[in-house]
Design a binder for this molecule. Structure first.
Ligand code: NAP
Length: 323
């Protein structure tokens, strides 16, 4: 099969299209999926560069153990293990794996697969898993959002932010989105009632206070964000710019160490690949509450360009690769 592989950590020039990569083997609980489209996430370029270095403790010290990049997928079941129930050859499915979806075929534990919503194309479905799962768990579980609350989403046009806005609105919140002016209409179309243009306005200088802040960009200090949080409000740290090679968790640590000493609740979150949560998102998609926003669909041969696009940090919603 064809696959985008890397034999060492580095920038996009370490990626190459291998035409004769081995077909993945499936266990009794796995399905083999013919990948139609792969969604690209910030995680992909961290896994490509192996930075911050603790990534390598999990993925392989000198080079990635699985050379095939890519996590999110939408495709069709090609084969199913003997213990798999509820999924058959030919089913259209989507999901997320640790690595391996920038390839014709990927082996996936059936517990990480859900059926693709019928009202979505493979391009749209592949744009969902990691971004929407992260947003759901940030807003509902760590953020404990209640109907009627006010939410500030910092980075509303990002791959996680587009889902955070829509999920918060679906849960009955009033959403203020921080994004650049060029994305203001897009985030309003997702349900945000107000927009703060980070290129011209300072959210900390306003008199607004929010019950919940979903921070996907972390470009302001924790102290700044606390100023626009209600007295008992919650701050959820989703993304922290980790340009450091050695340790990218400084902000997470700061949040954990500060929270016990203030009345507000400050928490970092780490998304968890849960099938039931992905199924919840599929329900929301089918109910018309959540819809993906796709910036660009790249052809397979240009997968490295797709990663570079996301790495620059200005994708509008999601970038996907058609296999
Ligand atoms: N905690 C977890 O489990 C988890 C899971 C997934 C992702 N993450 C993290 O979440 C972060 C975001 O990931 P992503 O895939 O959503 O990112 P992304 O899609 O690559 O983010 C790009 C977007 O961010 C916007 N942006 C850039 N600077 C901004 C600023 N100062 N203020 C507001 N918006 C700004 C850009 O808009 P403009 O072009 O208009 O600037 C662009 O739309 C990453 O750090 C990632 O590692 C964490």
């Amino acid at each position: 099969m064809r696959a985008i592989v890397q034999d060492q950590y580095g920038q996009t020039d370490v990626l190459r299209l291998r035409p004769d990569a081995p077909t993945p083997q499936i266990g009794e609980d796995d399905v083999l999926v013919r990948v139609h489209v792969t969604g690209i996430n910030a995680a992909d370029w961290h896994l490509m560069t192996g930075e911050p270095y603790p990534v390598r403790l999990v993925m392989g010290l000198r080079r990635p153990r699985n050379p095939v990049l890519g996590s999110d997928f939408s495709g069709v079941v090609e084969a199913a293990g003997t213990a798999v129930t509820g999924l058959s050859v030919g089913d259209e499915v989507m999901g997320e794996v640790e690595r391996g979806t920038l390839a014709d075929l990927v082996a996936v534990a059936s517990k990480h697969v859900v059926r693709k919503p019928k009202n979505l194309t493979h391009e749209q479905a592949a744009a969902i898993p990691m971004g929407a799962l992260t947003a759901l768990q940030a807003v509902r579980d760590t953020g404990k959002l209640q109907p009627g609350q006010s939410v500030l989403v910092n980075g509303a046009s990002s791959g996680v932010g587009i889902y955070a806005v829509q999920i918060a609105v679906a849960m009955g919140a009033e959403v203020t989105a921080i994004c650049s002016g060029r994305n203001a209409d897009m985030v309003r179309s997702l349900g945000a009632s107000s927009v703060v243009d980070y290129t011209t306005e300072d959210v900390v200088a306003t008199s607004e206070r929010y019950d919940l802040i979903i921070d996907i960009i972390s470009n302001r200090s924790i102290a700044d964000f606390r100023k626009v949080l209600t007295e008992r409000g919650r701050y959820v740290l989703v993304g922290a710019a980790s340009s450091g090679k050695w340790f990218g968790m400084g902000r997470q640590l700061q949040v954990v160490l500060t929270s016990p000493f203030v009345r507000q609740t400050l928490k970092p979150m780490l998304a968890n690949r849960k099938q039931e949560d992905l199924a919840t998102i599929v329900d929301m998609v089918e109910a018309g509450q959540v819809t993906p926003v796709i910036d660009t669909v790249y052809p397979f041969e240009q997968a490295a360009d797709a990663i570079a696009h996301v790495q620059k940090g200005h994708a509008r919603g999601k970038v996907v690769v058609a296999i």
